[in-house]
Write a protein that binds this ligand. Structure first.
Ligand code: ADP
Ligand code: MG
Length: 588
C-alpha cells in the first residue's frame, strides 16, 4: 500500500475511535471542527488555490441552515428534502453572485463578499418568519432508516463521514486535469487560457464548490444543533473561516482540517483560561487570535500544515515516473510545406504608440521562421496578436486556412497553436510534470466531478505519460518532480517548450526561448527545434540572439518600430543594409 494511504487510514481510524474515548463535551467540539473544516476547505480551494478572496462563506452556511430549518419546521418536510432544497438555493445564489462579483478583481472582490455577508446577516435577523434574532428552534434531527442522528455522538459519524469525504474529493480534484487548471488560476490565468482553460468558468465552478461545501456545513449545523439563529452567520464567522484556512495553510487541502481544529479547540480553551488569567470576563480569545495571525503571517504565509507534513514524513510517497500509457488523441497534420500560419497586415496601437503596423508573414509546416529585431521592435506584440493574447486593431490571421483573428487565446489553442512566454509563465508551486501536463489540457476530457470521484484515472494516466514523454524529449527527466519554481531560469524556459509540445500543436510560437541559456543548453535547444522541424511542426521563433538564430532558422523576418524591415534567408539578412542599420544604428 502507498504510504499516503497508510496515513490516511490511520487518520480515519483515529477519527472513528475518538468518540469512543472522549467525553461528550469533546464530541460536540469535534463536531464543530468537522463543520468548520468543510467551510474552511471551500476557502482553501477558493482563496488559497484559486486566489479568490471571500469573506462571505458564512452567508452560504446560514442560507442552507435557514432553508432546511424552515422547510422541516414549517412544512414538516424531511431533512433530506431540506438538503436538496438548501443546496439548490446555495448553488443558485453562488451562480448569480459569482457571475457578478468574480469579474471584480483583487480587493474589490473581497469587499464585495463582505457586503454580501453583512446583507445576509441582517436579512436573517429582520425577515419576519425567520424568527428574527432569536432564530428558529425545534429543527428535527436527520434520520436514515433506523438511524436517528439526534445527539452529538450520533451526529459525529455523519458529520465526519461527510467531512472526510469532502477532504478526499478535494485532494483528488487538485491532483487531476481540472485541478492543474485550478492551481493555475491564481497567478497564471493568461497562460491557462492559452492552453485552452476557460478560466472564467473554472473560477465560477470553484466558487460554487466552496459555496456548496459551506451549504452542506449549514445543513448539518441546523440538524445537529437543532436550531438556527443569525449570530452563527455574522461577518465574524466569515473572518474566522478565513483565519482557519490561512493558519492551517491556505493552499493545502489538509490545512482546512488543521486550521479548523486549531481555531475551534484553542478558542474553547482560551475562553476557559484567559478570563481566569485576567480575572475579568471578555473576548480575550479574539485578541489572541488576532496577534497569532499577525505572527504567523510574519513567519510564514504557508500556514502550519507544511511544518506538520515535515513531522510526518510517512505521509509522503516518493514520486515515480508516470507509467507508460498510450498517447492522448493527436490532431491531423497538414502536409509538409503547406502554409499553416498566414498573417496579413496586423496592426496594434497602445495609446499613441504603434507597436505593430502592417505586419505580414507566412509560416509553413516543417519550417522555422525567425522573427528578429531590436528590443522594443514589437516582436512580442506580434506574437500576442497571433496567439490571441492581444486583440489586433487591424489585419487577419489564418491557421490551417481558417480565420482565427478575434477568436481569443482559448479558441486559438484549440485549433492547434501553442506558445511559450518571454517572461516565463509556469505555476511555480507545481511540479514540472504537472506544469507540462497542463499543456495537454485540451487533450483530456474529464471535468471536476469525475476528478473528485477518481473516475478520471485512465485519461489522467495518458496525460501524465504524455507529459513525461515531452519532458524526456527536452531532456529534463531528472527534474520532472521538482517544483517548477526551483529550476534555473534557462530550464524553466525549456519546461515551457515541453508544455507547448504537450498540446500537440500545429504551430509552435517561441518567444526568446534561448534567453538565459548556457552555450551547450542553446545547442541542445537548437537540436530539439531541428528535430521538431523534421517532424513537420511549424515554428515561429522570436529571438534576440543573432548567433542562435542564424544557423537554425530557414527564413528571417526582421522588424523595427513595429514594422517589417526585411525578409529573406539568414545570409541575406546578415548583409542587408537596413537590418545592419537597425541592429547597429544605436551603437554608431
Ligand atoms: P519586443 O518584444 O520586440 O522587444 P514588444 O512587442 O514587447 O517588443 O514591445 C513593442 C512596444 O510596445 C514597446 O515600445 C513596448 O513598450 C510597447 N508595449 C508592449 N506591450 C504593451 C502594452 N501591453 N501596453 C502598452 N505598451 C506596450
Ligand atoms: Mg519581446
Amino acid at each position: 500500500m502507498k504510504r499516503a494511504h497508510v496515513s490516511l487510514w490511520l487518520f480515519a481510524a483515529l477519527i472513528a475511535v475518538a468518540p469512543l474515548v472522549v467525553p461528550d463535551f469533546y464530541v460536540t467540539l469535534l463536531n464543530y471542527v468537522g463543520l468548520a473544516t468543510l467551510v474552511a476547505l471551500g476557502l482553501v480551494l477558493l482563496t488559497g488555490v484559486a486566489g479568490v478572496m471571500s469573506f462571505g462563506q458564512q452567508a452560504f452556511v446560514g442560507m442552507a441552515a435557514y432553508v432546511t430549518a424552515l422547510l422541516t419546521t414549517q412544512a414538516h418536510a424531511s431533512p433530506w428534502l431540506g438538503l436538496v432544497a438548501s443546496l439548490a438555493l446555495v448553488a443558485l445564489m453562488a451562480l448569480l453572485l459569482g457571475a457578478v462579483t468574480l469579474r471584480l478583481s483583487g480587493h474589490y472582490l473581497a469587499i464585495g463578499t463582505i457586503g454580501w455577508g453583512i446583507a445576509i446577516f441582517y436579512l436573517f435577523g429582520t425577515l419576519p418568519g425567520l424568527g428574527q434574532y432569536s432564530g428558529i428552534d425545534n429543527v428535527p434531527p436527520v434520520q436514515l432508516g433506523p438511524l436517528v442522528f439526534d445527539s452529538a455522538r450520533a451526529s459525529y459519524g455523519l458529520i465526519w463521514l461527510v467531512t472526510l469525504g469532502a477532504l478526499l474529493a478535494a485532494r483528488n480534484l487538485l491532483d487531476s486535469r481540472p485541478g492543474r487548471a485550478i492551481r493555475a488560476l491564481r497567478f497564471r490565468a493568461a497562460m491557462a487560457e492559452s492552453f485552452g482553460v476557460d478560466t472564467g468558468a473554472l473560477k465560477l465552478v470553484v466558487f460554487m464548490h466552496a459555496a456548496l461545501l459551506a451549504g452542506v456545513a449549514g445543513w448539518l449545523h441546523a440538524h445537529f444543533l437543532r436550531f438556527v439563529s443569525p449570530h452563527a452567520f455574522g461577518v465574524n464567522a466569515g473572518i474566522d473561516y478565513l483565519f482557519m484556512a490561512v493558519i492551517g495553510g491556505a493552499s493545502h487541502v489538509w490545512g482546512a482540517l488543521v486550521g479548523a481544529s486549531i481555531i475551534t479547540l484553542s478558542r474553547e480553551w482560551l475562553k476557559d483560561w484567559l478570563p481566569k488569567l485576567f480575572t475579568h470576563t471578555g473576548n480575550y480569545e479574539a485578541i489572541v487570535f488576532g496577534v497569532m495571525m499577525m505572527l504567523l503571517l510574519h513567519r510564514t504565509r504557508e500556514g502550519i500544515t507544511p511544518y506538520l507534513a515535515r513531522l510526518l514524513p510517512m505521509a509522503r510517497d516518493l514520486p515515480v515516473r508516470p507509467a507508460e500509457a498510450p498517447a492522448p488523441p493527436r490532431r491531423e497534420r497538414p502536409g509538409r510545406g503547406s502554409v499553416v500560419l498566414d498573417v496579413d497586415g496586423l496592426g496594434k496601437r497602445f495609446g499613441g504608440l504603434v507597436a505593430a503596423q502592417d505586419m505580414s508573414l507566412r509560416l509553413h509546416a516543417g519550417e522555422i521562421l525567425g522573427l528578429i529585431g531590436p528590443n522594443g521592435a514589437g516582436k512580442s506584440t506580434v506574437f500576442n496578436l497571433i496567439s490571441g493574447a492581444l486583440l489586433a486593431d487591424s489585419g487577419q490571421v489564418r491557421l490551417a486556412g481558417a480565420r482565427i483573428d478575434g477568436l481569443g487565446a482559448r479558441a486559438i489553442a484549440r485549433r492547434g497553436m501553442a506558445r511559450s512566454f518571454q517572461h516565463v509563465h509556469l505555476v511555480s508551486r507545481m511540479s514540472v510534470l504537472d506544469n507540462v501536463a497542463l499543456g495537454a489540457h485540451l487533450r483530456g476530457r474529464h471535468g471536476t466531478l469525475a476528478a473528485m470521484m477518481r473516475v478520471d484515472r485512465a485519461d489522467e494516466a495518458r496525460l501524465l505519460a504524455e507529459a513525461a514523454r515531452q519532458i524526456e524529449r527536452v531532456g529534463l527527466t531528472a527534474v520532472m518532480h521538482e517544483r517548477a519554481g526551483n529550476l534555473a531560469l534557462g530550464q524553466q524556459r525549456i519546461v515551457e517548450i515541453a508544455r507547448a509540445l504537450a498540446a500537440d500543436p500545429l504551430v509552435l510560437l517561441l518567444d526568446e526561448p534561448a534567453a538565459g541559456l548556457r552555450y551547450n543548453e542553446k545547442q541542445a535547444l537548437a537540436g530539439l527545434l531541428r528535430t521538431l522541424r523534421r517532424e513537420g511542426l511549424a515554428i515561429l521563433l522570436v529571438e534576440h540572439d543573432m548567433d542562435f538564430v542564424m544557423g537554425l532558422v530557414d527564413r528571417l523576418v526582421v522588424m523595427d518600430f513595429g514594422q517589417k524591415l526585411a525578409e529573406g534567408l539568414p545570409v541575406e539578412m546578415q548583409c542587408h543594409p537596413a537590418v545592419i542599420e537597425a541592429y547597429l544604428g544605436g551603437l554608431e
